[in-house]
Design a protein. Structure first.
Length: 164
């Protein structure tokens, strides 16, 4: 039998479960760190994925609860693109990935886990990040605790310049 230790999961297992959409943020920023919010813009925000594919897996979402790309207005779409660009800059500086997967899943058949609130994924990739653990063990390894990655990235988002 293989054993995989993931002690951080106990907090999730025993903790309260959200009844509301995880992307519908409260106006107060008091819980942003706990919710892994990295930065808030005017119309969109950047949040870390609590169940990342790789270290530094981020998501960009509009505040407005919209299910589809075609439901966004021009200002929201523009700001989302800006935060995607900033996210790539921050991740390059902080983690030095070799590349990125960036995309969104529209509808459950396309893989959308939360299909009612549009969000885009920014997944940093490194040569060899699909090691034997992924190939043979069907297990992904995230090499840094989420809180450590959050601290590293949040400070960079405060200094990265906008592109628009």
């Amino acid at each position: 039998m293989d054993t995989l230790f993931a002690p951080w999961r106990m907090e999730y297992i025993l903790g309260p479960k959200a009844d509301e959409c995880v992307f519908c943020l409260p106006e107060s920023t008091a819980r942003d760190r706990d919710q892994l919010v990295l930065v808030r813009g005017r119309l969109c925000f950047v949040i870390m994925n609590r169940y990342p594919y790789t270290n530094g897996h981020l998501m960009v979402a509009p505040y407005r609860h919209v299910p589809d790309l075609t439901d966004m207005n021009e200002a929201e779409a523009g700001e989302m693109t800006d935060w995607l660009q900033r996210s790539v800059r921050v991740l390059r500086e902080a983690l030095g990935p070799d590349g990125f997967n960036i995309g969104l899943n529209l509808g459950s058949v396309a893989g959308a886990g939360i299909q009612d609130h549009l969000h885009m994924h920014v997944v940093p990739r490194w040569h060899g990040d699909t090691s034997f653990m992924t190939v043979c063990g069907q297990t992904r390894v995230v090499s840094e605790h989420l809180s450590a990655t959050h601290a590293k990235l949040a400070s960079l988002f405060l200094t990265i310049s906008p592109t628009l």
